[in-house]
Design a protein around this ligand. Sequence first.
Ligand SMILES: O=C(O)CCC(=O)C(=O)O
Ligand SMILES: [Fe+2]
Length: 195
Amino acid sequence: MPLQPLLLPGADVLLDPEFLAPAEAAALLAELTAVVTWQQQPIRLFGKQVMQPRLTAWYGDPAATYAYSGLRLEPLPWLPALQQLRTRVETAAGARFNSVLLNLYRSGQDSMGYHADNEPELGPTPVIASLTLGATRTFRFRPRPGVPAQPLGLVLPAGSLLLMRGTTQRNWLHALPKTARPVGARINLTFRLVG
Ligand SMILES: O=C(O)CCC(=O)C(=O)O
Ligand SMILES: [Fe+2]
């Protein structure tokens, strides 16, 4: 099934709920859980150092560095499984990517707060391709203040591909909230073009 546009005013968001077949998504979840160098990173939240409520990893071309809290972060070199996914996601998205940020949500207690993917190195209208493996979780869009639109929850099953582009980051925030439902691990890969 191809990517289908969502009705989100001031945004350009498309979803393919079945980008990967279930068996392939399950095999990738197991492989990436095992082979990715997962780390729990500290972040500053309201002036305090706390650990992120998820594990992360950053892979990409050597040139795909980005600035983060005064540091230049170097990506790890592409793993074969990530390189193959990059090629397929590029074809589906009709865009090039030089890096991928991976998030591992170990349970329903792991999450990501509201944010926009608007770091300067992504440019003014970034294309971000987001692939989900493992547990089905609800991804939430919320309009920025002054944008006349309603929030939207989007159920992202294993194997789904979500594309955000155009003015999406300028007008909307997104999050992956905690859930009290007992859910297993979820991995999300966001392919990006930085620099
Ligand atoms: O886990 C998700 O679906 C969202 C991840 C995300 O927004 C990000 O990595 O910037
Ligand atoms: Fe994001």
